[in-house]
Design a protein around this ligand. Structure first.
Ligand code: ACO
Length: 332
């Protein structure tokens, strides 16, 4: 019998960053054999934010993290865990540069690579650092620029992906306290790695319909398992917070879980699939615009290339109002 945890990791700050430049479906239809109607009906996406040359993953991650620290009223954390599939260099990891730019000199800092599930993996990792006593506080960041891995002439990937970053600050707390991260369900299946792959120096290649089926099955199963592990009946969930891959995927997952339409958080229409950034970006925006209220029970689930998947629960904490939380990045 495992010993009950003596402490928990508690969310105490949230922030996000988006590049200022947006690309509409009409912009894409002017360059590719596609249309606004096709993209909107098949994905739910209308716009996505895309970084211009000169804006790095570290730029987005640093701005989201700075905003999260400000919302937490903190200047310091012991650890920076950055989920990204688009690090600025093959090595070193991007997290130490982000920590340094935030003035977090000597903080433990590393990247987690699990593509669109990266944020859930990073949240689980940071929770482990805190509950093991290795860190008292941590920044968990998801930042990606997958738009830059899409070939210019690829109508199957370019409509889907956008860029952005989101971040949470975690501190040590007591088990069950509002903001405590719940049990984590994590998994992978490398046999299907070829369904979404970008070889070194190459572009994304995707088998969309097959990925779609895996995404629905894996996200619903993981979400159900996380709710069960937390002892939360599905009807008590205030919001499902799914990775934003495609509105049809998130609706299919919600339908399987019997989550009613008003309890499905989404921002895909204006953000697209921002990979590891999608869940913290959505949390940040929903917190800023009032959809998330203190005490709401959230069921978080993600799916990504790998294949990877993960889910957890979170009772949203009371956070001070912070108007900057989801405003676009000032860089290009
Ligand atoms: N515009 C117009 N037509 C298109 C486009 C486009 N952009 N893309 C494909 N089509 C065509 C196809 O060629 C096909 O034509 P055909 O019937 O003549 O053969 C038709 O539209 C239907 O294509 P499908 O691929 O079957 O369309 P589907 O409804 O499956 O939608 C999509 C495609 C949006 C890619 C969907 O499969 C999907 O979202 N899959 C999951 C993708 C995903 O989530 N990837 C990320 C995983 S998470 C991560 O780790 C990053």
């Amino acid at each position: 019998m495992p010993e009950p945890a003596r402490c928990s990791a508690v969310v105490c700050g949230v922030g996000a960053s988006l590049p200022a430049h947006t690309v509409s479906n009409e912009d894409l239809a002017a360059q590719l054999d596609t249309s606004d109607t096709w993209i909107h009906q098949r994905t739910g996406i209308s716009h996505r934010h895309v970084t211009q040359p000169g804006t790095s993953t570290a730029d987005l991650a640093t701005q989201a993290a700075a905003r999260a620290l400000k919302s937490a009223g903190r200047r310091h954390v012991d650890a920076v865990v950055l989920a990204t599939a688009t690090p600025d260099d093959q090595l070193p990891a991007t997290a130490p540069a982000v920590a340094s730019r935030l003035g977090l000199h000597e903080a433990c800092a590393f990247d987690v690579a699990a593509v669109c599930t990266g944020f859930v993996y990073a949240l689980a990792t940071a929770t482990g650092l805190i509950t093991a006593g290795t860190a008292h506080s941590a920044l968990v960041i998801g930042a990606d620029r997958l738009s830059h891995l899409c070939a210019c002439d690829d109508r199957t990937t370019r409509p889907l992906f956008g860029d952005g970053a989101g971040a949470l600050v975690l501190r040590r707390g007591t088990p069950g306290e509002p903001g405590s991260t719940g049990p984590f369900i994590l998994g992978s299946d490398g046999e299907h790695a070829g369904l979404l792959r970008a070889p070194h120096g190459g572009h994304l290649r995707m088998q969309g319909p097959e990925l779609f089926r895996h995404a629905v099955t894996r996200m619903s199963t993981a979400a159900q398992a996380a709710a069960r592990a937390a002892g939360w009946p599905l009807q008590d969930i205030d919001h499902l917070v799914p990775h934003q891959a495609n509105a049809r995927i998130t609706n299919a997952v919600s339908d399987r879980l019997h989550i009613p339409p008003h309890a499905r958080l989404s921002n895909i229409a204006d953000r697209g699939n921002t990979s590891a950034a999608s869940i913290p970006l959505l949390l940040s925006e929903a917190s800023a615009d009032g959809r998330l209220q203190a005490g709401h029970r959230l069921l978080i689930c993600a799916f990504g290339a790998g294949l990877t998947w993960g889910a957890t629960t979170l009772t949203w904490p009371a956070l001070p109002a912070h108007p900057e939380r989801s405003q676009p990045c000032t860089t290009t």
